[in-house]
Design a protein around this ligand. Structure first.
Ligand SMILES: [Zn+2]
Ligand SMILES: [Zn+2]
Length: 87
């Protein structure tokens, strides 16, 4: 009989946060592994470990930021309209 490992159920999902280097969901992250610490998508690797962002990473992050901005705007608009309906 196998024992259920509850720890794996209790761990918070960390996949909600997009990569801070390319802005992609971790599943779609296009960042290469750091040649010093082996991590992917960490700012410190680009600041301290001599990694450089490729054009693809910059473009990807810009797209993600735009998408994020749009979503925020749309959300604000939604709440603004909801507020007006309350009056
Ligand atoms: Zn990435
Ligand atoms: Zn590193």
């Amino acid at each position: 009989m196998s024992k259920i490992n509850w720890d794996s159920y209790l761990e918070p999902p960390d996949e909600e946060y997009p990569c801070e280097i390319c802005g992609e969901h971790p599943d779609n992250c296009i960042c290469p592994e750091c040649h010093i610490c082996g991590e992917i998508g960490y700012k410190r690797c680009y600041v301290n470990h001599g990694m450089t962002r490729t054009e693809e990473q910059k473009f990807s992050l810009e797209c993600a930021n735009r998408k994020w901005e749009l979503e925020t705007l749309r959300e604000m608009e939604y709440f603004r309209l909801a507020d007006m309906e309350d009056l």
